[in-house]
Design a protein around this ligand. Structure first.
Ligand code: URA
Ligand code: SF4
Length: 201
């Protein structure tokens, strides 16, 4: 539903629902293919995203794009968004109140796109969307919640300072690509590794 997505984008761009509206340069709505099979959910815009109004266009975005390409996924065919759409000052982790204020947008993005699977990038998205913690123990897993299917992996920014994690991200995104192929071909009865109780996003 392209129209609904455009509506969400316009609302986000003008949003005053939390205090981050007063420190942002630009709000950063989700971006990508309305018909995406995969939706990626990061934490919050960083400095470059805030300047450009686009998600994952800085160093973390370069890491994400590289992992997508190596897995045979085209960035233009996926949809990329964040738990909060405005940059927290100094890139601090968004507060519970900020995440709560912004959560309706993510719910509506999911409802508008209906992706086959939603890829959680890092601990903030893991906690906000699934109520999970300890990303390193849970990465690589498939989860189910509220009738949606999720894939859990690390935040691409984590690979910048820890080279060994670059391989982890690559391996996870390759598995994600394989799961999506199987879902598309109807070859897979998806058995989630974890099922979360409903509620929240
Ligand atoms: N980190 C995120 O979580 N999201 C972005 O859009 C950029 C960096
Ligand atoms: Fe609105 Fe979300 Fe930005 Fe807060 S972070 S002002 S809720 S768009």
């Amino acid at each position: 539903m392209a129209g609904e997505l455009e509506g969400i984008k316009d609302e986000v761009t003008a949003c005053l629902r939390c205090g981050l509206c007063s420190t942002r340069t630009n709000a950063v709505p989700g971006s990508g293919d309305v018909a995406a099979e995969i939706m990626f959910v990061g934490e919050a815009p960083g400095r470059r995203e805030d300047m450009l109004g686009e998600p994952f266009v800085g160093a973390a975005g370069t890491r994400l794009s590289g992992a997508l390409e190596r897995a045979g996924l085209s960035r233009s065919k996926v949809y990329i968004t964040n738990v909060v759409k405005c940059r927290p000052p100094d890139n601090r982790v968004p507060t519970a109140a900020e995440r709560e204020a912004c959560s309706e947008y993510l719910q509506r993005e999911i409802a508008a796109i209906r992706p086959r699977i939603i890829c959680i990038l890092g601990n903030t998205a893991f906690g906000s969307v699934l109520g999970g913690s300890e990303i390193t123990k849970n990465r690589g897993k498939i989860a189910a919640k509220n009738g949606n299917l999720y894939f859990i992996t690390i935040h691409p920014a984590a690979t910048i300072y820890n080279q060994s994690l670059a391989g982890v991200l690559d391996d996870d995104i390759a598995r994600l690509a394989d799961v999506v192929r199987q879902l598309r071909d109807g070859r897979m009865e998806v058995k989630p590794d974890i099922t979360y109780p409903s509620g929240g996003v």
